[in-house]
Ligand binder design. Structure first.
Ligand code: IFM
Length: 443
């Protein structure tokens, strides 16, 4: 039996990257300071990263284009473009102009993310996103970038994973500024939502035809013991705050309250597309002494990634798209991938997640693109260089890139604009059964 899952013409296939993880030499932002303070696993620093700022983006864009990708999602680094509150660096803007033009020259559609986890040091000194003026600072920065790049870019992601930024920086304290302060987290969340809405407005004022989205990290959360009311309650509460908060703000113009929600016209609706990042799913068990009163466990049957960070739960991709399409705008899978230096799980992960995306597209018809995280191994934030998500492996000292088998699998999918069982049989034979019609991906 054979099957071929075909995507609509013009479907976007790409990879996603972020400035601080790729460029190297970003020394004027909060993450650099965090790294210097020894807060990253094994004392790692981003250092030269993948050397994009010296020009290696060219060879990586060549690689992506040759591998059949027709889009790329990258981010711009605020601290380079605005190194001080009253200083703008035109050379940095020109550098990004060359990059996005470089994508167009290679037949790839650029998606530009305007905020991806890093903040300029001057902004942090002013209180970062706790400061109610930060949304306006962000909107000013966004205006400069849009003016500079709009000849080549029409697709903008305002803020990457504001839910992760808030949770890891202000509740768990493992991202800068390292706080564990729920009040500060609520303030930051509100200001990020306002920053997104302000950016949405500025972009449309400068470029009426632009498409603007927010990128959310969606994580399905189900009760570990569905018959145990405390597990049900914590799973609901965490789903509400982690998944719903920003989606309701940008998608519905509603602010969540401890009970119910309130319409807030400053927030939106402010979405032209929904950027969905999906990696894994959680089960939550009530744990009175843990932050958020919950202990997270992975579905017991799910295979785990190299370091156990990600459980292979491809049905969550389907659920995520079903959830996101309720906000009434096209969905773009702006990230999906797995840390897997040996490339043992990744081929199967890729095939099964793309299959689930196809199922959701077939049912709801709203998915417009898929960006795999990521093109080349890069600096993975608090885990440093220990986690390898790249389709291409990176040897840091020599900057040599080597394709993993998953790079060939993904290229076959991108080139065909389809996932077929012959390709799966070649690269991920163990998952063939899960991909046959009628299986719904249950392997
Ligand atoms: O590397 C990160 C990225 O910056 C944001 N989303 C998740 C990725 C993998 O952890």
């Amino acid at each position: 039996m054979r099957a071929r899952y075909v995507f609509p013409p013009g479907f976007l296939w790409g990879t996603a990257t972020a400035a601080h993880q790729m460029e190297g030499g970003n020394t004027n932002n909060t993450w650099h300071a965090w790294e210097q303070a020894g807060r990253v696993l094994e004392g790692h620093t981003a250092g030269r990263a993948c050397d994009w700022w010296s020009g290696r983006w060219r060879e990586d864009f060549d690689r992506a284009a040759e591998a059949g990708q027709n889009a790329h999602r990258l981010s711009v680094e605020w601290s380079r473009i605005q190194p001080a509150p009253d200083r703008w660096d035109e050379d940095a803007l020109e550098h990004y102009r060359q990059m996005v033009r470089g994508l167009r020259e290679r037949g790839m559609t650029p998606f530009v993310t305007l905020h991806h986890f890093t903040d300029p040091l001057w902004l942090a000194e002013m209180g970062g996103w706790e400061n109610p003026e930060t949304p306006q600072h962000f909107a000013r920065f966004v205006g400069r970038v849009v003016d500079a790049l709009k000849a080549y870019v029409a697709d903008w992601c305002t803020i990457n994973e504001p839910n992760v930024y808030t949770a890891l920086g202000y509740v768990e304290g493992v991202f800068p500024p390292g706080k564990q302060d729920v009040r500060a987290a609520l303030q930051v969340a509100e200001h990020l939502a306002l920053g997104h809405a302000a950016a949405y407005e500025v972009i449309h004022r400068l470029q009426p035809e632009a498409r603007v989205g927010l990128v959310l990290y969606y994580r399905p959360m189900t009760p570990a013991r569905p018959w145990f009311p405390p597990d049900v309650a914590v799973a609901r509460a965490q789903h509400r705050w982690f998944n719903h908060y920003f989606a309701w703000a940008a998608g519905l113009g509603r602010r969540l309250l401890p009970v119910g929600s309130r319409r807030d016209r400053r927030l939106g609706p402010s979405l032209d597309f929904f950027g969905l990042n999906y990696y894994t799913s959680d089960r939550l068990a009530f744990a009175p002494h843990r932050p958020g009163y919950a202990r997270r466990v992975f579905p017991p049957e799910a295979p785990l990634s190299e370091h156990g960070d990600i459980a292979h739960a491809p049905q969550g991709m389907f659920q995520g798209i079903r959830w996101a399409q309720r906000f009434g705008v096209p969905v773009i899978v702006t990230e999906n991938g797995v840390e897997d230096g040996e490339d043992t799980l990744c081929p199967r992960y890729l095939a099964e997640h793309i299959h689930q995306m196809w199922r959701a597209l077939n049912l709801y018809g709203t998915v417009k693109g898929y960006f795999h995280w990521t093109l080349v191994d890069n600096f993975e934030w608090d885990r440093g260089w220990t986690r390898r998500f790249g389709l291409w492996a990176l040897e840091r000292e020599t900057q040599r890139r080597t394709p993993r088998p998953s790079a060939d699998l993904y290229a076959a999918i991108c080139r065909a604009n389809a996932l077929d069982t012959d390709t799966v049989a070649r690269y991920a034979p163990q998952t063939l059964l899960a991909l046959l019609p009628g299986s719904h991906g249950v392997s």
